[in-house]
Design a protein around this ligand. Sequence first.
Ligand code: GRF
Length: 193
Amino acid sequence: MLKVAVLVSGGGTNLQAIINAKIPNVEISLVVSNNPNAYALHRAMEANIEALCISPKQFETRALFHKALLTCLQDHGIELVVLAGYLVNISEEMVRAYKNRIINIHPSLIPSFCGKGYYGLKVHEAALARGVKVTGATVHFVDEGTDTGPIILQKAVEVKEGDTPQRLQRRVMEEAEWIILPKAIAMIANGGI
Ligand code: GRF
């Protein structure tokens, strides 16, 4: 069994997709949120998964926060870290400790609409402002940069006439994110990468 931790900050629909996928040879051992009010924590508890809040606000320095998060993952024997709507930057120390064992889902076709400042609805606002006809989602390994690591999977999604950022966000989730994130984890767990 590959021991997986899912890091979240908000609603946790991607976490739910991973739970629902019941991926062979994968155990979701832990869910960690920086936000104590994240609905994702509730989803984890409903699925009988250990759920913790580790917030930068609980620590005197950012370095202490990063250390506590890394220690927590290591103490739980975590082998793969999945960033599923996690809005906190990962430390370089964690990237080194989990080299090629941290993945992220981003709601665009990288290298479009990614990097610093592109998160949540901002990604879809930018896609609509540019007038692209196709967008999508990307699962990639996490390196020291922002959305710069090697790409694992991508899936395209059509932009439709009259889309709002919210409607486009929902379609990208339904047609891409919730499909390729569990698939990437399954590939890693079962030797597809
Ligand atoms: C998703 O759009 C994901 O791509 C982005 O943040 C959002 C998280 O949504 N990184 P949820 O918390 O999984 O519902």
